[in-house]
Design a protein around this ligand. Structure first.
Ligand code: PEP
Length: 258
């Protein structure tokens, strides 16, 4: 049984003091919820302060991006080595980065490899646009996004995938549980064909796109979906806590039934 995981992507929200307040608000209860990996991904500038707050807790810390070089003349960039001192996870290839910062499949691949090299766990985001979805190209796009020659290393290194249909991110228009389950099932099948059933059954694949406390159950009740990457709803303590709590309860029940 794969351990479910809920990751909160705070995007470019919260100053350091706001981030510290938000963590303090959710920490005691979030810390107590078990059977689910809990990851928060605040902006870079808050990582050090939040690392201190999370010491001794069950909550893990992630970054939202990195640069693939370890050091050098890359003004403004943050390297894998810098992050490795601060956190365990890193979101890579988020559609906002692919869309607004021109991150290509090749750049995303370099970033995943750079993260794995220093022991960070990538949360690799993949997903199709509305246009591609409506043209029936979802599977083709996902296959392309997972086609790196080093993809096998991604999975052996414990990378997590997040299927995030771009039309569902920040739009309030989530996929249905069935739709997300079918697509994640396709991704798992593709990995099985390329790398074997063992790897495919181990890799955790999350759903992301307008997840809230009201719809999380619909996703978590699906057998292929191992958790969620949550954007907007991760910025409200009560909402995020409810998402994590429901995930723990539902996956706990499903595992007892199986
Ligand atoms: C995200 O940022 O990855 C995301 C899924 O955002 P939202 O939950 O706000 O749609």
């Amino acid at each position: 049984m794969r351990v479910p995981l809920i990751a909160g992507n705070w995007k470019m929200n919260t100053t350091v003091s706001e981030a510290v307040e938000l963590v303090k608000e959710m920490l005691p209860e979030l810390d107590r919820i078990d059977n689910v990996d809990k990851v928060i991904c605040p902006p870079f500038v808050s990582l050090a302060a939040i690392k201190e707050l999370l010491k001794g807790s069950t909550i893990k810390l992630g970054a939202q991006n990195l640069y693939f070089e370890e050091k050098g003349a890359y003004t403004g960039e943050i390297s894998p080595l810098m992050l490795a001192e601060l956190c365990e996870f890193v979101i890579i290839g988020h559609s906002e980065r692919r869309q607004y910062f021109n991150e290509t499949i090749e750049i995303v691949d370099k970033k995943v490899q750079a993260a794995l090299k220093v022991g960070l766990t990538p949360i690799l985001c993949i997903g199709e646009t509305l246009e591609e979805n409506e043209a029936g190209k979802t599977e083709e796009i996902l296959t392309r996004q997972l086609s790196s020659p080093s993809a096998r290393l991604y999975y052996l290194g414990g990378s997590i995938l997040a299927y995030e249909p771009i039309w569902a991110i920040g739009t309030g228009r989530a996929a249905s549980g069935g739709q997300a389950n079918d697509t994640i099932g396709f991704i798992r099948q593709h990995i099985a064909q390329q790398h074997g059933q063992g790897i495919a059954q181990e890799v955790r694949i999350l759903y992301g796109g307008s997840v809230t406390a009201n719809n999380i159950a619909e996703f978590i009740n699906q057998p292929e979906i191992d958790g969620a990457l949550v954007g907007g709803a991760s910025l409200k303590a009560s909402e995020f806590l409810s998402i994590v709590r429901q995930t723990s309860e539902i996956k706990g029940r499903l595992s007892e039934e199986s």
